[in-house]
Design a protein around this ligand. Structure first.
Ligand code: UGA
Length: 430
């Protein structure tokens, strides 16, 4: 049993804390947002992540919440930094939260501490965390400490499964002691542990997210060619993906990648590469294709409707992917802003993200279900492939539509079946 303090109770912090407790450790989850901590104490989870509430509840005897970093650090040996690293205007990662937290840890080194960075950060952040702790600790009373990097590879919506069943655990360390503590901590997890230096671990995270984003942009670009020549991107992805060197995962063409990870990590990786002296232009292309893909979707709607002004568009799904309420950098925002600017009337339904979407897109008429959304619409636009959209009775829906036009931005539906039902149907890359 290890004593762990998690600093930052957002997606990564809450999931990691709950999972470390599940593995038998004692966890103090901290956050500087007092109201969030008060809600968590009452069992209210600020995010939608399947299974998280149950896991926190199941392990409640091993989990406590505090708004004091000091309390968490004093009572723990391993301190995980899980704070946000949002993008700055120039695309670099804003690391001020990481610096502030490191300085606060420095003032509370009552015994040996292993300070582990789990937040997604650019290479060389570990060195700065070490320097910040050294500069802010009193040389006389401070105990020894180590800094380590332990990037997360958690997908929203399946984060608990990903934590407990990862493809690999990456540990970047600069001392044998730190290596021993972290390998022991992850021992119950059945996955290869990759032990590296701290900088390599930091790069593994940025390179992995950027590589996955590249796969998505690559297949979206191939999809555009498929549309021009009459080929089918799903078949191309299948044929490519069977090659083990390529792999089928992350080759689903769609409206482009969103969320708070890929877009910002891609930018931050480009920025840090440039800063250290390498212009990683490929990453710019990946971003460019992604931006164009969102425009392509809006254009598909326009092409199908001719005049968009005053037409009613029924949008199914707003979140950047299913099983999350997260709207951050969701492709739906750019696509619907574009259609709204052209005068379309937009109705939408998403099983989880509507509260968050309302703040970003107040012009949408939010509906209770698929039927209400589709009633009298000129066109259905599917943007997120939630499970409940996969078995819609389109025979029934067709009767309440004004025009039978269906744009499937996630390739969920069978074009042949939809055409047979009498829909004007457009998928992606088909
Ligand atoms: C991503 C990574 O997958 C995680 O490994 C990583 O830990 C996380 O970022 C992070 O850095 O915190 P996440 O953003 O939750 O996880 O979502 P993904 O499942 O990776 O999907 C990202 C976006 O790509 C979504 O908009 C999704 O719809 C899109 N996507 C994904 C596609 O368009 N096509 C695909 O084939 C796969």
């Amino acid at each position: 049993m290890k004593k762990i303090c998690i600093i930052g109770s957002g997606y990564v912090g809450l999931v990691s804390g709950a999972c470390f407790a599940e593995l038998g450790n004692r966890v103090i989850l901290t956050d500087n947002d007092e109201s969030k901590i008060e809600s968590l104490k009452k069992g209210k989870i600020p995010i939608y992540e399947p299974g998280l509430d149950k896991l926190l509840q199941k392990n409640k005897t091993r989990i406590s919440f505090s708004s004091s970093i000091k309390e968490g650090v004093l009572k723990s040996e391993i301190i995980f930094i899980c704070v946000g690293t949002p993008p700055c205007d120039d695309g670099s990662a804003d690391l001020s939260n990481v610096e502030r937290v490191a300085a606060e840890i420095a003032g509370n080194l009552n015994s040996y501490k292993l300070v582990v960075d789990k937040s997604t950060v650019p290479v060389e952040t570990g060195e700065w965390v070490k320097t910040t702790i050294e500069r802010n600790s009193s040389k006389k009373s401070a105990a020894a400490f180590d800094v380590a990097s332990n990037p997360e590879f958690l997908r929203e919506g399946t984060a608990i499964h990903d934590f407990l069943n990862p493809d690999r655990v990456v540990i970047g360390v600069s001392s044998k002691k730190a290596e021993k503590i972290l390998t022991e901590l992850y021992k119950p997890i059945k996955a290869p542990i990759v032990v590296t230096d701290i900088k390599s671990a930091e790069l593994i995270k940025h390179a992995s997210n950027s590589f996955l984003a590249m796969k998505i942009s690559f297949i979206n670009a191939v999809g555009n060619i498929c549309e021009k020549v009459g080929a089918d991107v799903t078949k191309v992805a299948h044929g490519m993906g069977l090659d083990k060197r390529i792999g089928r995962a992350f080759l689903d063409a769609g409206p482009g990648f969103g969320g708070f990870c890929f877009p910002k990590d891609l930018e931050a990786f480009y920025w840090i590469s440039k800063k250290v002296g390498y212009d990683f232009g490929l990453l710019h292309e990946v971003k460019k294709i992604n931006e164009e893909q969102k425009k392509n979707i809006a254009k598909k709607v326009e092409d199908a409707l001719w005049i968009v002004k005053d037409k009613t568009i029924a949008v199914l799904g707003l979140a950047f992917k299913p099983n999350t309420d997260d709207m951050r950098m969701a492709p739906s925002i750019d696509i619907l802003n574009e259609l709204n600017s052209k005068g379309a009337k937009i109705k939408a339904y998403d099983p989880q993200s509507m509260a968050k979407a309302k703040e970003l897109m107040p012009y949408i008429r939010y509906c209770k279900n698929v039927e209400e959304t589709c009633k009298s619409a000129d066109c259905i636009l599917l943007l997120t492939d939630w499970e409940e959209f996969k078995n819609i009775d389109f025979k029934k829906i067709k009767k309440i539509l004004k025009q039978s036009i269906l744009i499937d931005a996630r390739n969920v539906y069978d074009p042949g079946k939809m055409k047979k039902l009498g829909f004007i149907f457009k998928g992606i890359g088909k």
